[in-house]
Design a protein around this ligand. Structure first.
Ligand code: ADP
Ligand code: MG
Length: 347
């Protein structure tokens, strides 16, 4: 009975969606090419992605975006044996594409700016917990301690001229899962720009990045999920020309003996971070900065996050939800946030 009702609702929703898209096309039709819309959904980098673009070359832009994502996924995935990252991890030395080099350099820079909270050498630890395969287990602290001895960021030797990277410690292994999607969304914005797209948005799991504003001139609205696992939203951020990236332990985790173990790892202990923050949203001009910082700040916790924000060595704004559910937002973003829940402003 309930199932029938659900099926009926799904049918209705599909019909409404078809009707609205038809209506949209008919209002925007041939008279104004600027308003042409293209949407493409893909599954890559372990997540569902949606590319939306407006403008004369919108279709071409989203097609190129999807090709580019596949190319980056093939290069960057630590889990696929033919990727550049895999070769580097296996041989402790590899010639790399400009893309991979740039991401590694940025990862090192963010590591230095976050007191080591962001550490791309986390891969051995991820494997200990089974996050690479999904065969989850709770490792012994001894195993983790062994991994922690192979995470010295200064032992990543980047040779820009020869476009290669070498590990001074051959047991080191890199994982760009905390930063790659941010670089990917920057790349899509670049493709949009080259195709004359002035209004467009991409959603790569917890990463959203927009070019310009919506075609009618209003801001893009990005809903921030409640970290309690419900489908509720904490609030909505209005953005233009920016990346919005959220990290939270609720995104990927497993449960054992009544405990929850998630995929964002405190790199000094090798254990899922427990900093008192339940969700971190970073807004920045660059996706790569927003992505790496959302992971880092989730690990750093409130006090260190505020300190980093005040320093402004890396330019960003943030919205935080603590474990007790309280919300706070930096002042540069406060005017862009709408919520029914109370929140405090970080000044
Ligand atoms: P998601 O990729 O699920 O959206 P994040 O951007 O927060 O979430 O990245 C989490 C991923 O980052 C993990 O799956 C792992 O690949 C990597 N990671 C985990 N801990 C760290 C860390 N301390 N520093 C850098 N990368 C990390
Ligand atoms: Mg991240």
């Amino acid at each position: 009975m309930e199932r029938k009702e659900n099926e009926r609702r799904v049918c209705l929703l599909v019909i409404i969606l078809i009707l609205t898209s038809v209506m949209f096309i008919s209002c925007t039709g041939s008279s104004d090419d600027e308003e042409k819309k293209a949407v493409k959904d893909v599954f890559a980098m372990d997540t569902y992605m949606t590319f939306t673009a407006y403008g004369e070359n919108a279709q071409c832009a989203v097609d190129m975006a999807s090709d580019r994502i596949e190319e980056l996924d093939a290069m960057l995935s630590a889990g696929s044996s033919k990727s550049e990252i895999s070769l580097l991890n296996t041989n402790a030395c590899a010639k790399l594409s400009d893309d991979t080099l740039e991401i590694i350099e940025k990862a090192i820079e963010v590591n230095k700016n976050t007191d080591g909270a962001f550490n791309p050498l986390i891969y051995p630890v991820m494997k200990c917990w089974g996050f690479d395969t999904g065969d989850y287990r709770i490792p012994l602290q001894n195993e983790l301690n062994e991994c922690l001895t192979h995470m010295d960021i200064d032992k990543i030797i980047v040779d820009k001229e020869r476009k290669s990277v070498r590990f001074a410690d051959p047991d080191m292994q890199i994982d760009l899962g905390g930063i790659a999607k941010g670089y990917a969304s920057d790349q899509i914005m670049e493709i949009y720009r080259k195709n004359g797209v002035k209004s467009g948005i991409v959603s790569l799991g917890g990463n959203v990045q927009a070019i310009g504003s919506r075609p009618d001139g209003s801001s893009w609205k990005v809903a921030i999920r409640c970290p309690d696992g419900s489908s509720e939203y904490a609030g909505v951020l209005e953005v233009n020309d920016e990346a919005v990236v959220t990290s939270g332990g609720y995104e990927r985790y497993f449960e054992q003996n009544g405990n929850t173990y998630h995929h964002i790892i405190e790199p000094h202990t090798g254990r899922p971070s427990d900093s008192g923050l339940a969700s971190v949203t970073i807004v920045a001009k660059k996706g790569i900065v927003a992505d790496a910082l959302s992971t880092a700040i989730y690990i750093m916790g409130y006090e260190k996050a505020v300190k980093l924000w005040k320093e402004q060595k890396l330019s960003f704004e943030m919205f935080l939800i603590k474990d007790d559910g309280s919300q706070c937002i930096t002042e540069g973003l406060a005017g862009a946030y709408k919520s029914d829940t109370d929140y405090s402003i970080i000044e």
